[in-house]
Design a protein around this ligand. Sequence first.
Ligand code: GLV
Length: 312
Amino acid sequence: MPVVAFYSKDSNFELQNEWENRLKIYYPSINLVPLLSDQAEKAITALLWKAPLQRVKKLNNLKALISLGQGVDHILRDNIIDDDIPVVKIVDPFMAKSMSHWVIMSVLNFIRDTFGYYDQQKNKVYKPRKEINFTTFKIAIYGIGSIGSVVAKDLKQLGFKVEGWARTQKQISGINCHYGKNKFKYLLNACDIHVCLLPLTSETNNIFNNSSFQMMKYGSCFINAGRGEQVVEEHLIKYCKSGHITSAILDVYRTEPLPANSNLWEQKNINIWPHVAAETNPETAAKQISNAIKFIENGKTPPNTIERKLGY
Ligand code: GLV
């Protein structure tokens, strides 16, 4: 009976039960126990989202950790977990599509000026607003791995010009893929809509700052569903205030939940979402997680184990 330590969002028992029921479909003998309980001492695997890592570190039988999300930065933060513990991430086509839908919605809201029409409706103004000619627009997707590549292809399918950027050279049919610092600057300068879907690493921390916003064209749109730490929020606010960035749509923040006193709330052309662009779905992710647990039980390395040196 494999014991799996579980922690997600303040150790929510309802969520733990939901995961256990989903996982049992593929691995009937699985036993989820709260990370903070004594039973967790027996666990050889832990299923985690934003867990107290000092507690995880104390569990001596753990052979691997599984992230309850696609990002693993919450496990690698502050180098608390030893380097030799494998960390597995979720790679889920359903979640990639959810992200794609959210980005498409954000792009279309910008292009069709949805928020401008909301404002007009409040004042009963019935008047066409300036239309943006999307055929001249270029969209940059920063981060074109398992999620970003789906987003890039879907946007292209809708008739947009899409360019991608990653740490290393990628091949995605129909998409111009770039890599390296110089090409990052090239895209900042050449594109009109900038979509960040990057994993958080030491290289991507603060990557969107005064100098990157300055390189974007006047009137750009900035969309972030990567990680909050990739954006210097005060710099973004400054560029939104001046109108250099016409619209920013954010799903992630340096501090989550976004504190009530954050200046991001007040900025009219910043649209706030509470980290919901592509939520982990127990129904679609359970099969691969139970599979990963079987690999770990058998002393094998599960698919989608991250490269610790790269941080994702
Ligand atoms: C969400 O942010 C995730 O990492 O899955």
